[in-house]
Design a protein around this ligand. Structure first.
Ligand SMILES: C[S@@+](CC[C@H](N)C(=O)[O-])C[C@H]1O[C@@H](n2cnc3c(N)ncnc32)[C@H](O)[C@@H]1O
Length: 331
């Protein structure tokens, strides 16, 4: 059925029904309605309005269409800078604004990119398969910038925390810090402890945020130190089977953040996880470029529904994370 937003704003429908669509008479009304939606934080409807107008403007007015749609995107951009960021543009905003002012063809590409990246926030949760088939508008690759992710664990050394080495991308550290605050997990399950630094960092972050999260961190080689709220558990993931489960899994009680970072026996690991998660929990599969086949099979056959969280996946450019298309929310 065709979507109508008449009931929300008769003015928009009235304007669009006019033949020809009259930009001069109706544009200001539509723009002020878009502004109202943005101020009400109704981003979804704001974007639906833009799509609706785009579909409705008749083909013979194609020349004006881009110009008008881009003038609506200008309003969204100004809202982002002025209202969401208290009038302070980011590097990315300035980059886009520079191109938007330069004129074709860079301007059109900048608008297209802004629209695509902002819709990761608006349409936050997306089916894994659909998302996997899409590329970044700028790079035409799954990632905006593969090299920035390659560099993001460190180069002459890796990121350290309290003298522990941590094998996390700086993008992922930022994403985890935001997600922890949002999710407030009761338990964090880390599969692959490494040298233990990531569990220490997670424990400190949850403490700073006033959470009482317990961390269960599994590895075939257990780190040789202890730390408050961290439970290092020695376990070979290859031992998982129908009868053998994660040790201490009975303690995984409450909301969960699960981080798969061992890259071993992935299908069995994910299936065990699937039997233990519920709506609202998060599963992050790190370093997932080489795990997409396993992920595809997993998502197809799971007990739960997992949707990719584009808000975090694309915050630092499309797939600006080690977890390519694999930050999942259980819904
Ligand atoms: C990339 S590291 C984990 C890094 C850590 N999460 C961090 O961010 O610092 C992968 C870990 O998986 C562990 N691992 C590999 N095979 C395993 C297995 N069969 N069972 C359990 N752990 C395994 C390795 O010992 C290694 O410590």
């Amino acid at each position: 059925m065709e979507k109508s937003i008449t009931s929300l704003n008769p003015l928009v429908d009235k304007a669009l029904k006019k033949n020809p669509f009259d930009f001069t008479d109706d544009a200001e009304g539509i723009k002020s309605y878009l502004n109202e939606l943005l101020l009400d934080k109704n981003l979804l409807l704001a974007f639906e309005l833009i799509i609706y107008i785009e579909l409705k403007i008749q083909v013979e007015f194609e020349v004006y269409k881009d110009r008008f749609i881009n003038s609506l995107l200008d309003i969204v951009m100004q809202h982002k800078i002025n209202n969401e960021q208290d009038k302070i543009p980011s590097f990315f905003d300035n980059f886009l604004l520079r191109h938007m002012r330069e004129g074709d063809p860079n301007a059109l590409k900048a608008y297209e990119w802004f629209r695509s990246i902002y819709s990761s926030k608006v349409n936050r949760f997306k089916d894994y398969q659909i998302r996997s088939e899409e590329n970044c508008i700028y790079s035409n690759h799954p990632r905006t910038n593969g090299m920035s992710v390659v560099l993001s664990q460190g180069t002459h050394g890796v990121f350290t925390w309290k003298d522990h080495i941590v094998f996390k991308s700086v993008f992922d550290l930022a994403i985890y810090s935001m997600l922890l605050e949002e999710l407030k997990p009761d338990v964090i399950i880390e599969i692959g402890s490494g040298k233990g630094g990531s569990a220490v960092w997670l424990a400190d972050m949850t403490k700073i945020l006033g959470l009482k999260s317990q961390i269960y961190s599994y590895d075939i080689n257990k780190p040789d130190f202890s730390y408050p709220n961290v439970n290092f558990i020695e376990f070979d993931l290859n031992n998982l089977n129908d009868n053998i489960d994660f040790p201490e899994n009975k303690n995984w009680v409450g909301s969960k953040l699960i981080i798969e970072d061992a890259h071993e026996n992935i299908s069995k690991v994910l299936n065990k996880i699937d039997s233990k998660v519920g709506a609202g929990d998060y599963l992050i599969v790190e370093d997932s470029d080489g795990k997409q086949k396993e992920l595809f099979n997993f998502i197809k056959n799971t007990k739960n529904t997992y949707l990719t969280d584009q808000h975090y996946l694309d915050l630092f450019g499309r797939n600006g994370t080690s977890a390519t298309n694999s930050i999942f929310k259980v819904v």
